[in-house]
Design a protein around this ligand. Structure first.
Ligand SMILES: C[S@@+](CC[C@H](N)C(=O)[O-])C[C@H]1O[C@@H](n2cnc3c(N)ncnc32)[C@H](O)[C@@H]1O
Length: 495
């Protein structure tokens, strides 16, 4: 599976280009406009032809002018009435209302932070592969045993988990957080013959008494009385039992709402490399510390936040909050002391049953740790744009470009997505696939230096470029030990 990751120069975050992908180009939505235009054009051409070469034109001029005015006003009236309706309900119009001509191109004007992959590496699959996968997965999804999976995965993440699993073809699948068993069923669809180990405090069979649930025949359940937390299990003996000698043949899926930094460290300790996290919450939201939150830093585009009430960010956030259920405004984003990282300066864990305030320096160290061990960081895009799915929860400006972009209703329909209930598209939370690199650095060795860098970054936000450089020089001269490290890190931040 290691060889599945390619070094690519292009970021997967660029808008998906599906032309030439073998799927017909669908301009269905433009055709009506074309008809309107051609009617007016035809009327004008007809009148022109009629009046050319004879002296009847004075008799035709006034009526034809009136006709044209009538046509145009009808056209304008019909278009504006569509606009009024669609600006209230259609997310694309909402985005245009906000002044974003191309909201996907840079994740909207707020921008979105991401964890940087080492050496610009990304995943092997392309948008074309995702499209093909969607075509295959929709009929599979229609056969799911649990039709209403409220509090569990919806369509987007089910597809993401199925796609990644099928692509990597692991010999063993591990899941932490099974609920009624929907994700176990998804893993089973991807790999029909491979074993699964499922950890969940409550056994999925318990849900069978109340309604649909899924219990797998080739799955070892560590649930109910046998439940063991992922971090406490002796993974060596589990691997031995399943005859696994190469841990890169194992896929671990987390949907247990635990601090993702904690889970990452536990997975690294056990030697796992391929991890998928279901809920990768945006800064200021969610019940556990996530990769998105961890990597939200000042030096990353769209990262770090302003807590000023009169800032552009505050204005944009409060406007977007009116349209997207999960969008957060500046009041929700910032805690005491202008702490914006994590959730109002807190590192949440275990469905927010545990909650710890952290300093910005700690938060910064966490991101350095994560980025030093990850070879690849890939966020699953939403399957389709909000004007197609009619989802109104997550803000599309804070998500990657959808696989099926807004306006491509023909493709949405051909893939069978239009036949699914709208509610299955409401659960998107940036599922993430972070891949651990084989050359991870030992973090405790570099923490001291990074603390200085963290303070440096906080300072830099307040000063001009010249002052930043002077400050850097001051730091360099005042700390011989940190000299090399600072030089290296400062280059990272673009100074
Ligand atoms: C959101 S649900 C999982 C949904 C499921 N993956 C699906 O697709 O339908 C979260 C699950 O995590 C379980 N859970 C809570 N604490 C856990 C822990 N420490 N380890 C594993 N699972 C845990 C909960 O009992 C619940 O079943």
């Amino acid at each position: 599976m290691t060889g599945k990751v390619l070094e690519r120069v292009h970021s997967v975050r660029r808008p998906a280009q599906f032309s030439g992908d073998g799927v017909e180009d669908d301009n269905d939505d433009e055709s009506k406009t074309r008809k309107h235009i051609s009617l007016v054009m035809r009327a004008t051409n007809y009148l022109t032809r009629l009046t050319t070469g004879c002296n009847l034109w004075p008799y035709f001029l006034v009526p034809s002018f009136l006709l044209l005015v009538l046509f145009s006003s009808l056209l304008i009236a019909s278009r504006s009435s569509v606009c009024v309706v669609s600006s209230a309900y259609d997310p694309v119009s909402r985005m245009r209302f906000f002044g974003y001509q191309d909201p996907d191109s840079d994740f909207g004007s707020l921008g979105v932070p991401w964890c940087r992959s080492k050496h610009g590496k990304t995943v092997e699959w392309t948008s074309k592969d995702l499209l093909k996968g969607l075509e295959e997965f929709v009929p599979i999804y229609e056969t799911r045993p649990i039709k209403n999976n409220m509090y569990g995965m919806g369509f987007d993440h089910s597809f993401g988990l199925w796609f990644i699993t099928r692509w990597l073809k692991p010999d063993l699948m591990i899941e932490s957080g099974a609920f009624k068993g929907h994700s176990t069923w998804v893993l089973r669809q991807a790999m029909p013959d491979k074993p699964i180990v499922s950890l969940s405090p409550r056994h999925p069979e318990k849900y069978l008494k109340k309604g649909p649930a899924y219990v797998d025949g080739n799955c070892t359940y560590l649930a109910g009385k046998e439940f063991v937390d992922f971090g406490s299990l002796k993974w060596g003996s589990v691997m031995k039992k399943h005859g696994i000698t190469d841990l890169s043949r194992v896929l671990v899926f987390f949907d247990d709402h635990q601090n993702e930094l904690k889970r990452l460290k536990q997975a690294l300790k056990a030697g796992f490399r391929h991890l998928v996290f279901e809920d990768n919450y945006d800064t200021g939201t969610g019940d556990h510390y996530s990769f998105r939150q961890i990597c939200d830093q000042f030096y990353i585009r769209g990262g770090g936040h302003s807590c000023f009430k009169d800032s552009d960010e505050a204005r944009i956030r409060s406007r977007r909050k009116k349209f997207w259920e999960k969008a957060v405004d500046i009041k929700e984003l910032c805690g005491p002391g202008e702490a914006w990282w994590g959730v109002r300066g807190h590192m949440r864990d275990d469905f927010n049953h545990s909650n710890k305030a952290i300093t910005y320096a700690e938060h910064f160290q966490n991101s350095r740790f994560v980025e030093s061990v990850l070879d690849v960081y890939w966020e699953l895009p939403p399957v389709a744009g909000p004007s197609l799915t009619h989802q109104n929860r997550y803000d599309p400006a804070r998500a990657p470009t959808p696989i099926v972009e807004d306006g491509r209703f023909g493709l949405f329909q051909r893939l069978g997505l239009a036949g699914l209930d709208n509610s299955v598209f409401n659960g998107y939370t940036q599922m993430v696939f972070p891949l651990k690199g084989s050359h991870s650095r030992i973090i405790s060795d570099i923490y001291d230096d990074q603390l200085v860098v963290a303070q440096f970054i906080v300072c830099c936000r307040k000063f001009s470029l010249v002052e930043n450089r002077l400050f850097l020089l001051y730091l360099l001269s005042s700390s011989g030990k940190q000299k090399t490290k600072l030089l290296m890190e400062s280059r990272d931040f673009g100074y």
